[in-house]
Design a protein around this ligand. Structure first.
Ligand code: PEP
Ligand code: MG
Length: 898
């Protein structure tokens, strides 16, 4: 196996590079692109790259070197010294190298780097001689010891910073740059002392000389330890966490780049900088970036000194030529990589060196703009343009955000459950949210967790903040559906809803009702006080890319919506219909009273009256929905949740009774409350999600589906008479056996026929079912014989396939499963392979039972790009997702098809 690859030129100026940009899996991103830049003739400081596979072998072998690897590295080091005409550690003219990590996927700031390697008590003299600049040389040496101690040996960086501070105090100077060569030389001695005192001799026997740990003088040992440290940084906790968050595999490993150092801090004809070939914030075609004269790379990033804009570089005396060459290289790189690139460079005494390039990260707006411009420039095709935009990034464009220029203190962090930012008064109940909204005041609803009761408050609030629950909690799902910002699971938030306040644990901060708070659902940040918001610009670029996406995709995109506003919004985002209208969302507010009357009253006439009232309001609901979606299909799902969800909480009632009793309230009222509580208790189930819900409700209370179907048919008939083209479809939830569906289908057909007769209108209303139970998926051929369409409810299907409660998934074990990689990802966010197999089986069997059957997905997965790629491959006709995910799904569907 080849473990090491050279890049750059030899002593005669010939390119001896062995890799190229295609080899990222072997050389890492940085190594592959250094090789590529060298291959296309750009000035790259020579060096070599040790492969990612060597890193994995080293790690898997319990941090021991694979046979022969160190010998190969020694050969490549000797070759590099020959190419450079200098030796590492030389007392006359030393070669210094950097040792940098570079994984196949960009993991910014996650792993380690060592600069100025090769300095020791001998080579420092060579460096002084060559540069005639003792201050620079001693500063390089002290930086090396500091970096090596911190990065390679894991010593606390403060040990060294404190020594520098003490030295500055002693000298009476403020800045590091005020320290003289002599000061720095003394610091080097002090640093070596700190090293000896703090490194464990047992852990590093190779560093023990005369019974004492010594800073390693041997460059070979320095190099080996530095490479081992970079290898080790692949598995440091922050890198592991980063990979988990970004779905990057743990077995890729990192490459190590050993490269000749060039110095941007050798005077006023030296400089260093970072740049983008286009503006990464808005995509404009302009050189973008910063540089510092007479500085090292870290100084630019650290922001200690004020940088200058890159466009000025070529106007600086002594840097004109390098500045112009850099601009020419920007063009070369863009044409070569056919994408916007980001670049690190250094100018050493007038000579430009390229240290890194990669495809540059950009905002959503920039991604769109660059993709479109590059098609216009003939650099890329439309298909490539569509592939260039991250679907998840589009979310950024569709919601308000914190102003980038705003400053604020973060008081707590939680999960970024629903994107966008909100500012308003803290309120601690849905009723208070509604009241604030009615009084014209913006508010943020703060709850332990939300429940269906809170919906009115959630709608009234600008944003939702919860201390409990994860990204699939009620608050999160509903907020995403509404497009409302939501931060959930903020554990530090200790809410006392009764007292209308919340404390931030570990601090003395208290958020009281009426205090202005700001939340950012894109990042999960909570701020006490107002932060100014900006509505991101929605440019024509988004439209253009989505239109191209529509040309390429084969999967349809519909929306989950249950009110006319959301329906219209989703239509404007390009939804081809409503894939799921959850009618239970229409039973809140005043209507809850009516449904409670129905549930709790045994008197038939009272019940019938309640249902008549519901019929009237439901007819108007559907009228509005079908009108908003005129000409497009609207799948209305009959009532699904357990009835107790519409009732008061028994626990709250219990508390109320106790209070009434304590206050000596009259016995009759207490008795009445007790009776109500007994009634409510009678609806309680051990496992309500596996209980009286879905189609089962309709079987037990046929009066409910009768009413709903009548409302649907009547609304459609009215619109038809008005000359419109309503396209309702009726969906029966949670079916497990064909007989359930057959029974309700017969009921629905009978009601539709009655309405047709009464209204004198012909209606065509397809009737289908949700497939959200494993039994339904595996008997889909039977079920399809009485269904016009299937919609896969992958939320419940995931719940029932795994036997994981969808409401408790963020509790104890799933997070542990994820961190131990027992599961690759949260199956409620991205569809699991096993669940997908059930969906595929359902689609295939469904077509056996009914070749004409239309199949879609309406679970949360319908808006997830990874899941969309899966669905695209298993025969589905469309996905349905919340309105704000519609653009995301259109793009993801196109990418899945390309
Ligand atoms: C589902 O189960 O996937 C679904 C869409 O229905 P709900 O989320 O309303 O249960
Ligand atoms: Mg469901």
């Amino acid at each position: 196996v080849k473990r090491v690859y050279a890049f750059g030129k030899d002593a005669n100026g010939n390119n001896v590079t062995e890799g190229n940009t295609e080899m990222k899996a072997v050389l890492g991103g940085k190594g592959a692109n250094l090789a590529e830049m060298a291959n296309i003739g750009l000035p790259v400081p020579p060096g070599f790259t040790i492969t990612c596979q060597t890193c994995m072998e080293f790690a898997n072998g319990g941090n021991s070197w694979p046979e022969g690897a160190l010998d190969t590295i020694a050969e490549y080091r000797a070759d590099l010294e020959e190419r450079m005409g200098k030796k590492i550690g030389d007392a006359e003219d030393p070669l210094l190298v950097s040792v940098r990590s570079g994984a196949p996927m960009s993991m910014p700031g996650m792993m380690d780097t060592v600069l100025n390697l090769g300095l020791n008590d001998e080579s420092i003299n060579g460096l002084i001689k060559q540069t005639e600049n003792p201050r620079f040389a001693w500063d390089s040496y002290r930086r090396f010891i500091q970096m090596f101690s911190n990065v390679v040996m894991g010593l606390d960086g403060d040990l060294f910073e404190n020594a520098i501070t003490a030295m500055k105090n002693e000298r009476g100077v403020k800045s590091d740059t005020d320290l003289t060569a002599e000061d720095l030389q003394q610091l080097v001695a002090e640093f070596k002392g700190i090293f000896s005192q703090n490194v464990d001799p047992v852990a590093y026997p190779s560093l023990v000389v005369d019974g004492l740990v010594q800073f390693p003088q041997d460059p070979t040992l320095q190099l080996q330890l530095a490479i081992e440290a970079v290898f080790g940084s692949w598995n440091n906790p922050r890198a592991v966490l980063y990979r988990q968050k970004n779905k990057i595999a743990d077995d890729l490993g990192t490459a190590v780049n050993v490269q000749s150092m060039v110095f941007g801090n050798k005077g006023n004809t030296s400089a260093t900088g970072v740049a983008f070939t286009r503006n990464p914030a808005n995509g404009e075609k302009e050189f973008y970036g910063d540089y510092l004269v007479n500085a090292q790379g870290e100084d630019v990033v650290a922001g200690i000194r004020n940088t200058s804009p890159i466009a000025q570089l070529k106007t600086v005396e002594g840097l004109e030529e390098a500045g112009q060459q850099l601009e020419d290289i920007f063009v070369v790189l863009e044409n070569h990589f056919r994408d916007m690139c980001d670049i690190e460079f250094t100018i050493e005494q007038g000579k430009l060196w390229m240290l890194q390039t990669r495809v540059g990260k950009r905002t959503a707006a920039a991604a769109l703009h660059i993709a479109i411009e590059m098609v216009k420039e003939g650099l890329i095709t439309k298909e490539e343009a569509v592939m260039r935009v991250e679907p998840d990034q589009l979310d950024q464009l569709l919601h308000p955000q914190f102003d980038k220029n705003a400053t604020y203190d973060v008081v707590a962090r939680g999960l970024n459950a629903s994107p966008g930012a909100a500012v308003g008064e803290a309120v601690f109940s849905a009723a208070d949210a509604v009241a604030a909204n009615e009084a014209g005041r913006n508010c943020v609803l703060v709850r332990w967790e939300t429940n269906p009761d809170d919906l009115a408050g959630m709608i009234a609030a600008e944003g939702i903040l919860t201390s409990h629950g994860g990204k699939t909690s009620h608050a999160a799902v509903i907020a995403r559906g509404m497009g409302a910002p939501c931060v959930c699971g903020v554990e530090a938030l200790k809410i006392d809803a009764e007292a209308k306040e919340a404390r931030i644990s570990g601090t003395d901060i208290v958020i009281r009702e009426g205090d202005i708070i700001s939340i950012d659902g894109t990042t999960g940040i909570v701020v006490l006080g107002p932060v100014s918001l900006v509505m991101p610009e929605i440019t024509g670029d988004l439209d253009a890319i989505l239109e191209w996406a529509d040309e390429f995709r084969t999967l349809g995109v519909r929306a989950n919506a249950d009110n006319p506003e959301d329906a219209e919004l989703s239509r404007s985002f390009g939804a081809a219909g409503i894939g799921l209208c959850r009618t239970e969302h229409m039973f809140l507010g005043d209507r809850k009273q009516i449904i409670q009357t129905f549930i709790l009253n045994e008197d038939e006439t009272v019940r019938e009256e309640a249902v008549r009232e519901l019929l009237e309001v439901q007819t108007n609901d559907f009228y509005g929905m079908f009108k908003a979606m005129d000409g497009l299909p609207v799948i209305v799902r009959l009532l699904d949740p357990p009835l107790h969800e519409f009732l008061e909480s028994a626990r709250a009632l219990d508390v109320e009774i106790a209070r009434l009793e304590a206050a000596g309230t009259d016995a009759a009222l207490v008795a009445e409350k007790r009776e109500l509580m007994a009634k409510i208790d009678s609806f309680a189930e051990q496992n309500p999600m596996l209980g009286m819900r879905g189609v089962r409700l309709g079987i037990v209370y046929p009066i409910l589906p009768t009413m709903q179907v009548r409302a649907i048919a009547t609304a459609a008939a009215r619109l038809k008479k008005e000359g419109l083209d309503p396209k309702p479809e009726i969906m029966i939830p949670l079916v497990s056996v064909v007989t359930e569906l057959a029974k309700l289908r017969a009921l629905a057909e009978k009601v539709i026929a009655q309405v047709e007769a009464e209204e004198g209108v012909e209606l065509e209303i397809p009737i289908g079912t949700m497939i959200e139970l494993p039994r339904a998926a595996v008997t889909a051929d039977e079920i399809a014989s009485v269904a016009d369409f299937f919609s896969f409810g992958t939320n419940d299907l995931t719940q029932t396939t795994f036997g994981f409660s969808r409401d408790d998934v963020e509790g104890e074990f799933v997070p542990q499963y994820l961190s131990e990689r027992l599961l690759p990802f949260n199956p409620f966010a991205t569809v699991d392979a096993g669940v997908a197999r059930l969906v595929q089986m359902g689609v295939e069997l469904g077509h056996e039972g009914n070749p004409e059957i239309v199949c879609g997905v309406c679970g949360e997965h319908g808006g997830d790009p990874d899941s969309i790629a899966t669905f695209n491959g298993i025969g589905l006709d469309y996905v349905s997702c919340s309105p704000y995910r519609v653009p995301v799904a259109r793009l993801a569907a196109a990418q899945a098809a390309l």
